[in-house]
Design a protein around this ligand. Structure first.
Ligand SMILES: Cc1ncc(COP(=O)(O)O)c(C=O)c1O
Length: 375
């Protein structure tokens, strides 16, 4: 609100007070995000349009068509990793290995990643938390493998940034991508990308343009963050993101994660197959290796229909279908069912919300089981 009514100026362009204040807000946001992920330098936090944009900047900056550049990813990847890699492969001569994941848990075996790396591998891209099943991938092991082989390690933290503590230095993460509008709780149309100092030299720019710096030159600057921030920022969105990340610090990401784990635990205890006939939880069956994203199917009810019942009859908002992750659904065998219904929890949810959801699921399952036996 303050940005819209008092500032509304382009950071790094004019030298007047409003533009300087806008620049300060952008820098403050970079500092907060850098601190949140234990990054090495705030200028290495780059603002983007969304999670897909961050991933495109990183993937297309590391893999060049017309070379034999090779990328490794997994079947849990979102389309914002799969599609850029496929588009690059279509442009010619790049290669990729997509590692299948465990059909029960969604976990990848880090040793399979190690085996897939070749002398041409320029990228290993892993989703931290699956947006289908909530599986938390073994980042520590994969990070160690990548650092030993000097292969850039990219983590898609779309489902975990702001929910789960992430330490990029401890986990050997070279590039971390996330949207601003999910766990970071900023407005839509914001995103960010952290590139470890030193790694930026290996990432080519995907677009070039005005940066407000080195304006006397017609060559894109190589300093951070300007190298990857061509054009005017979504400054009002970033001001919103800054306020949201300040709230995360106030609450503490460790505290948010503890709270979400309590909710997850309660949800897992309440998902009772005897009380909920026909209901199946997809992904990790217990507390281990999971974040607060749950996919469910109920025998005989289409995912879209289940989401519609939950909204219309109980006021509960979920998302049905393939969740832009077709290979994840193939892994779990839910591609044949039209996907799943996905429930996700955040910092503001409570155990009462879980109870409301589970009571609704119990009622739906029991009603459906009774009508299908009487048919
Ligand atoms: C795991 C994962 N990666 C990437 C994205 C893409 O983020 P955005 O919608 O901001 O482009 C999403 C969005 O749902 C996601 O869940």
């Amino acid at each position: 609100m303050r940005f819209a009514t008092e500032l509304d100026a382009s950071p790094g362009r004019g030298g007047y007070a409003e533009a300087r204040e806008a620049g300060r807000i952008l820098h403050e946001c970079r500092e907060r995000i850098n601190r949140l992920i234990n990054g090495e330098a705030p200028e290495h936090v780059i603002f983007t349009l969304n999670g897909s944009d961050s991933l495109n900047v990183a993937i297309k900056g590391l893999i060049s068509p017309g070379t034999r550049d090779h990328a490794v990813t997994t079947w849990m990847a979102h389309n914002s990793v799969l599609r850029p890699l496929n588009a690059l492969a279509e442009r010619g001569d790049t290669e990729q290995t997509r590692i299948p994941c465990d059909p029960k848990t969604g976990l990848v075996d880090p040793q399979e990643i190690a085996r897939a790396i070749t002398p041409h591998t320029r990228l290993v891209a892993i989703t931290h938390g699956s947006n289908v099943a909530g599986t938390l991938m073994p980042l520590r092991e994969v990070g160690m493998i990548c650092r030993e082989r000097d292969v850039p390690f990219l983590v898609d933290a779309a489902q975990t940034a702001g929910h789960v503590p992430i330490d990029v230095q401890e986990l050997n993460i070279d590039i971390l991508c996330c949207p601003g509008h999910k766990g970071l709780m900023g407005p839509l149309g914001t995103g960010c990308l952290y590139i470890r100092p030193g790694m930026e030299d290996r990432v080519r720019t995907m677009r070039e343009g005005g940066t407000g710096s080195l304006s006397e030159s017609d060559i894109q600057p190589s300093n951070m963050p300007d190298k990857f921030e061509a054009g005017s920022h979504n400054a009002i969105g970033i001001a919103g993101l800054n306020a949201a990340v300040a709230w995360i610090f106030e609450r503490g990401v460790d505290h948010i994660w503890e709270h979400e784990q309590e909710i997850m635990n309660h949800m897992l205890q309440r998902l009772d197959e005897d009380e909920m006939p026909g209901l199946r939880l997809i992904g990790p069956p217990d507390f281990q290796n999971r974040c607060g994203v749950f996919s469910i199917v109920i025998d005989g009810i289409e995912p879209n229909e289940l989401s519609a019942i939950l909204e219309d009859e109980y006021g509960l908002l979920t998302r049905a279908g393939f969740h832009c992750a077709p290979l994840a659904h193939r892994t779990f065998g839910t591609d044949r069912l039209g996907g799943t219904t996905r429930i996700s929890f955040g910092a503001f949810n409570t155990e009462t919300d879980v109870d409301a959801l589970c009571d609704a699921l119990q009622e739906i399952c029991q009603e459906y089981a009774a009508t299908s036996t009487s048919r």
